[in-house]
Design a protein around this ligand. Sequence first.
Ligand code: SF4
Length: 214
Amino acid sequence: MNSIQRADMAVIGTWRDNIRTDETLARKWFDKHGMTELVNDVVSRCPTKAIMLKETKDVCQGAKISAVAVNDTNSLEIDNGNCVRCMHCINVMTGALGTGVDKGATILMGGKRTLKIGDLMGTVVVPFLPLKNEEDYEALVEIAQKSIDFFAENALEHERTGEMIERIGLINFLEGIGLEIDPSMVSTPRTNPYVRTDGWDDEVAKINARKAAA
Ligand code: SF4
């Protein structure tokens, strides 16, 4: 949270596969803490309601589903497609639940406390960057280097990265440092009904090509 709110460039560790489960440890946790704590401190505190308590011990793992029995009549089911990797359930049921193994980092730009304009939260510019080998780390350093160079050339005096992005627009910043622009990066709908549509077909073709590749 601190890095999202303060860092010009935040690098936050994450994973992109499913949450891992361990039934022995889940049962042990349940024996010690019970149903009230499971409901009040795990299920209901998931920010995206991705965890469901089920009245069966027969778990059904799926492509995006993690599941684990906690006793002979109940289990937990996690919809990984809706999990935002906040870590809360994993911190509470450590061992019984664990992060996935396909790990990397999410990169955000532009967080800052008050200076020229009010506080800004960082914006996700790379949802997942694998950090497994030397080339991955070089890619991370390259993103940092390009944003420092762009900042040096385009920021006004006393501006921080977030203020520069607010002033010139996120699209111009991303184009400037050579990152792919994704519709998911829209943080608020436009308030001006007039739009320019130059290059529209090219952008639609690019989005469709990315979707087809994914
Ligand atoms: S990590 Fe967070 S968002 Fe994901 S299932 Fe656990 S509590 Fe929910």
